[in-house]
Design a protein around this ligand. Structure first.
Ligand code: GDP
Ligand code: IMO
Ligand code: MG
Length: 432
């Protein structure tokens, strides 16, 4: 299950819904830049690093090697779960090969963004880019290093020397102190050591035993470092294509790829957004949709759904079926617009462009709104005609069938069209 726009598509809610049918839930990329919200009763949980499947009892939750793990954030999350009565340390496994987000990664993220002026990305400042940079540069510290005291001391010494020079000389920032990081991270290591192991073997065994494995994407396909709106992207492979490298599990063994998209679009941070709305129209979507960042609290930019971009992310992400979320947020509208093509200098583009720059003019098709609350709808046929017409156009124009529609935050506010997703009551979850 992956996001196929710019993140925040409602993945947390959908993962929670699908978890009832899964045994194992796996994060394979990204880090604590993610904010996945799950509402259960009157409680709202926001998960950053731990798979959203953790809220259901008896599921194994795995953080793959492709994730960058900030132990401070991870432990805070485990403690928060504990405080709400969910003691989940024992359900969690972390790949020994996952890279560790260090305080100097956060400091560098901050320093680079501040120094970049108009060229900034608008990152979440969680140290994601700098950590993946060190991974590719082969300087990184992995979970296996964190939990080996001698190795960690040495790697920290070596890295900190260089990072402090960079912080001071390039950005005039304060250097960080070796001893305090060593103490802090050694405490984290003690807590996490029993949870660190090889993940590829674990997933291989789970698959061989017939367990249902659910991979939970973070961010969205348009934020993919290779195929997204570069450089305004995150630093990992966010689509289904990240699963193989991010876990060691063969992507050829993955069954169905669900792509989650909102019934409109949002984006946080800088970067192009052809269907972005301004003023009143944007504000109404933002307020009704609660479009404020789950990680940073920033107001999200809002606009119409972009079927040109969606067609592209469905294709390159090999999406089998769509999950359309937040359809209820459009309840109040008289008219709903859908971007069906991009035009530049009066000509329609044949292919998805490398740069989504300001010269792109979205071509819209307008649909009538349904102007009624979808709240009580539990079946596809119960949706108003106008809502069905809207959904069917999305499916047709994106070239991908719709498996599920979400019309509210609650697990029950979900309409399934894929028979496998119907709760049968026969399925007995097991865990590894
Ligand atoms: P994620 O990062 O993809 O998990 O999405 P976020 O949690 O950052 O943002 C999605 C927000 O929309 C959360 O506050 C969810 O509770 C909420 N949400 C999810 N599905 C729906 C829906 O169908 N309708 C409404 N109104 N809200 C939803
Ligand atoms: P979930 O998993 C929305 C955006 C940031 C910024 C860019 C790079 O909740 O959908 P980074 O900190 O990753 O270096 O920032 O990516 N971004 C997200 N936007 N949802 C997310 O996660 C995001 N994670 C990163 O706003 O534009
Ligand atoms: Mg989010």
């Amino acid at each position: 299950m992956v996001g196929i726009q710019w993140g925040d598509e409602g993945k947390g809610k959908i993962v929670d819904f699908l978890t009832a049918r899964a045994d194992v839930v796996v994060r394979y990329q990204g880090g604590a830049n993610a904010g996945h919200t799950v509402k259960i009763g009157d409680r709202e949980y926001v998960l950053h690093l731990i798979p959203s499947g953790v809220l259901q009892e008896g599921k194994s939750c795995i953080i793959g090697n492709g994730v960058v793990v900030d132990p401070r954030s991870l432990i805070a999350e485990l403690d928060q779960l504990r405080a709400s009565g969910l003691d989940r340390d024992e359900s969690l496994w972390i790949s020994d090969r996952a890279h560790v987000v260090m305080p100097y990664h956060r400091a560098l993220d901050q320093a680079r963004e501040s120094a970049s002026g108009d060229g900034r990305i608008g990152t979440t400042l969680r140290g994601i880019g700098p950590c993946y940079t060190d991974k590719a540069a082969r300087l990184g510290i992995r979970m296996a290093d964190l939990v080996s005291p001698d190795r960690f001391r040495e790697l920290l010494r070596r890295n900190l020397e260089v990072k402090n020079r960079e912080l001071k000389l390039l950005y005039g920032a304060e250097p960080l102190e070796y001893e305090s990081i060593l103490d802090e991270y050694s405490t984290y290591a003690d807590r996490l050591r029993p949870r660190v192991r090889d993940i590829a073997d674990l997933l291989f065994a789970a698959d061989r035993e017939g367990r249902v494995i659910l991979f939970e994407g973070a961010q969205g396909a348009l934020l993919d470092v290779d195929l997204g709106t570069y450089p305004y992207v995150t630093s990992s492979n966010t689509s289904f294509l990240g699963i193989g490298a991010g876990t060691g599990f063969s992507p050829r063994r993955v069954g169905t790829v669900y792509g989650v998209a909102k019934a409109y679009s949002t984006r946080v941070g800088e970067g192009p957004f052809p269907t972005e709305l301004e003023g009143e129209e944007a504000e109404s979507l933002r307020q009704i949709g609660g479009e404020f960042g789950a990680t940073t609290g920033r107001p999200r930019r809002c606009g119409w759904i972009d079927l040109v971009a969606l067609r592209r992310t469905v294709r390159v992400g090999d999406v089998d079926a769509l999950v359309i979320t937040k359809l209820d947020v459009l309840d109040h509208l008289d008219e709903i617009r859908v971007c069906v093509a991009y035009r530049v200098n009066g000509r329609e583009l044949e292919r998805f462009p490398t740069y989504l720059d300001a010269s792109i003019e979205p071509v819209y098709r307008t649909f009538p709104g349904w102007r009624t609350s979808l709240k009580g709808c539990r079946e596809y046929d119960a949706l108003p005609d106008a809502a069905r017409e809207y959904l069917e156009f999305i499916a047709e124009a994106s070239g991908c069938p719709i498996a599920m529609v979400s019309i509210g935050k609650e697990r029950s506010e979900t309409i399934t069209l894929d028979p496998w997703l119907e709760p049968t009551g026969r399925y007995t979850p097991t865990s590894i």
